[in-house]
Design a protein. Structure first.
Length: 280
């Protein structure tokens, strides 16, 4: 824990906040442009003495702010995402996900790219393989995604708990996809740290699926970036495609899209899929 840097960071953030921005009256005779220490303490639900010790960054007093305290300070000081993460890093605490979950909203850059990929199946998913957005061709190729925000919203979860989820790939390809899913999830767990959502999901999968537990205990780690897949379509049959992944900067979301070499059977099937979707 870097208490001197933590204190300096808090001071600079306090100095830049105007009372009106924090919902406080400006008042007369204000000698500082930003908030007073006691005002920050009040907004964060802390004692003024405790907050003063934090700003002083004194190692002697053994100040150890909890994750709850840091979250309250981030809200009181109106910190944006990077600043909030920096605050947790300085305090040597695991960075928690945003209040609405790390993937509640599609990142604008990925959504902009998705909008440009109208001619190829594409979707944005979380690092737990829950679909956030997709285009019409992706729905036509892969079927609709559940609206469930819980574990069942994750395709990896359904892969190991619901046999119907595996119908999208030929049976002989299932072992490969199982290994890839688990390796990718291992990377997500390490990246997220002490994250209750992913910890619960892994614990449930270990109980419900012997296959998952065996693969998990092998500790193979590999972020999925590119793969060759065969997708089983109810009308067009098995379609051989290349699946590409573009990860967001924090790794919490990814844009994936499907292509096939020009002139290949897969390319012809994608063209037929586009026509079928247009008719529907």
């Amino acid at each position: 824990m870097n208490l001197p840097e933590l204190g300096a960071f808090l001071r600079t953030r306090r100095d830049r906040i105007r009372p009106a921005e924090a919902g406080l009256p400006q008042g007369p005779r204000r000698r500082v442009p930003g908030l007073r220490r006691e005002e920050v303490a009040q907004l964060a639900g802390l004692s003024a003495d405790y907050y003063t010790e934090l700003e002083r960054g004194s190692v002697k007093n053994g100040v150890q702010p909890s994750a709850q305290t840091l979250g309250a300070l981030a809200r009181a000081l109106c910190l944006h995402g990077d600043e909030r993460d920096h605050l947790f890093h300085l305090a040597d605490r695991p960075v928690p996900p945003p209040a609405d979950g790390p993937s509640a909203l599609v990142q604008p850059a990925l959504l902009g790219l998705l909008d440009r990929l109208s001619g190829t199946p594409a979707r944005v998913i979380t690092d737990l393989h829950a679909t956030l957005a997709e285009n019409d061709l992706a729905r036509a190729l892969l079927g609709g995604s559940p609206a469930d925000r819980g574990p069942a919203g994750s395709f990896v979860y359904r892969w190991f708990t619901d046999p119907r989820a595996r119908g999208i790939h030929p049976t002989e390809d299932h072992p490969h996809h199982s290994r890839v899913f688990v390796s990718d999830l291992q990377a997500a767990v390490a990246r997220r740290g002490r994250d209750a959502e992913v910890a619960t999901m892994v614990a449930v999968l270990r109980r419900r699926s012997r296959e998952f537990a065996t693969l998990w205990d092998a500790h193979e780690v590999a972020v999925r970036r590119m793969d060759h897949k065969r997708i089983v379509h109810p009308v067009l049959g098995a379609i051989a495609l290349d699946c590409h992944n573009l990860l967001s900067e924090d790794g919490r979301q990814r844009l994936l899209w499907f292509t096939a070499p020009p002139g290949s059977p897969g390319a012809e099937q994608l063209e037929l899929l586009s026509r079928l979707g247009a008719r529907e």
